[in-house]
Structures are given as C-alpha cells and as structure tokens.
Design a protein around this ligand. Structure first.
Ligand code: ADP
Ligand code: ZN
Length: 212
C-alpha cells in the first residue's frame, strides 16, 4: 500500500502513520523527522533546514522533493510506504506525481485550529520519532519514551507563536493539496478524535472503506 497521511500540525499524522506502519509492515517516511535528524546531526541539510523549521515555515520544495525521491526509489519502499508530512504544497504533489509512483490513498486527519493549539502544549516527542501527549497519550513512565527509554522533550517549533505560523502555512500552502487529491479521487477524510485509539479506529475503517 502506498499511502499519504495529511493533516494540520498536531492533528496526529505521525502517531497514525507509526501505527499503520507497524500493522502493515511498511516504512513510514516523515519529512519532519528526517529534517529534525539532519538538524541534530548538524549536516549541510540540517543547517539549511533549521531557520525554516524553527520559524514554522516550509523548507523549500526542491530540498524536500529530493529527499523523498531518494527514499521512494530505495529498496526499503518496494512493498509500500506511508508518507507523513509530504506533499505539503501543490508543487510537491506535482513533483511526486511526476516521479511516477502510484498513490493508493490520501488520508486527511481533520482537527480544527482551536483544538490544535490546545493540543500542542502537551505534545512531547522522542528523538526515535515516537510522540506522546501529556493528557491524550502519556508514556508509561513520565518523561520517558516507551519504545526506546530516552528522555522526551518539547519540540522547539511547538511554541505557541510558531504553532500559529505553522497553522497559517498549513491553510495557505498545504490545504490546496487536499483538492489536488480530491480531484484524483484519492482523498479519504477522517475526523481526528480526542482519544488516539478512537482516531486509530476511524482511520482503520476509512482505509477499509477504500479497500486498503
Ligand atoms: P507538523 O506536521 O506537526 O508540523 P512535521 O514534523 O511534519 O510536523 O514538520 C515539522 C517542520 O518540518 C515543518 O513545520 C516544516 O518546517 C518542515 N517540513 C516537514 N515536511 C515538509 C515538507 N514536505 N515541505 C516543507 N517543509 C517541511
Ligand atoms: Zn524513543
């Protein structure tokens, strides 16, 4: 299955793509996670990405398109993949289409802005890619990742003013991508629920409804 997961920042894309990845045994590719790893490692890519990510702006299209192309062409993706956080602009969606990779479905998790802002304050992440929420998805041991045991932290771009900018960019640059896929008959929408397991169930049903 070749799947794209979309949704505003904090809508739960990452959490749902990790779950589908584990269930379907296909890799989840998060462009945000790749950029954060590059920033942490201090690579050339990380240095370029840093200023954009920290402001809550999109990293230039040509950079992320290059990253995704390399991944999709790799052996790892030959039995399917989940794209989390890409495409985020119409130019990225067009570039993906030109790569000739068939997309089976595009799942959009819808959560309104007010709820997003409320949620972001409780988000905690781990450098392994896992994410938690102090109220909605707490780790078993406070502040510690269930999966790898490392300490959880608050993402630098989860500050309220940066979250607002990410939301503005989502509405302006990313929402048009939903239409792009709606026109191609690939869009499936799900309303993000308060509880993670409820969203997971909605996602499972939505994918089943399109035969995935
Ligand atoms: P969220 O969806 O919660 O904003 P992500 O981890 O998906 O978090 O993305 C974090 C940041 O990484 C974005 O705000 C943006 O700066 C950058 N980024 C991630 N994916 C893309 C992309 N496809 N195009 C441009 N920038 C991206
Ligand atoms: Zn971890």
């Amino acid at each position: 299955m070749n799947l794209i997961i979309m949704g505003a920042p904090g809508a739960g894309k990452g959490t749902q793509s990790e779950m589908i990845s584990a269930r379907e045994k296909i890799p989840a590719i998060s462009t945000g996670q790749i950029l954060r790893e590059a920033m942490k490692a201090g690579t050339e890519l990380g240095a370029v990405a840093k200023s954009y990510v920290e402001r809550g702006d999109l990293v230039p299209d040509e950079i992320v398109i290059g990253i995704v192309r390399d991944y999709l062409m790799s052996e790892e993706c030959k039995n399917g993949f989940i794209l989390d956080g890409f495409p985020r602009s119409t130019a990225q969606a067009e570039a993906l289409e030109k790569m000739g990779v068939k997309i089976d479905a595009v799942l959009s998790i819808e959560v309104d802005d007010e709820r997003i802002i409320r949620r972001m304050g409780g988000r905690r992440v781990c450098e392994c890619g896992a994410s938690y929420h102090t109220d909605y998805l707490p780790p078993k041991v406070d502040g510690i990742c269930d999966k790898c045991g490392k300490s959880l932290y608050v993402r630098a771009d989860d500050k309220p003013e940066t979250v607002r900018n990410r939301l503005v960019n989502y509405h302006n640059q990313t929402e048009p991508v939903l239409n792009f896929y709606r026109e191609r008959g690939l869009l499936v929408t799900v309303v993000g629920q308060e509880k993670v397991e409820d969203t997971t169930e909605c996602v499972r049903k939505a994918l089943a409804s399109v035969g995935k």
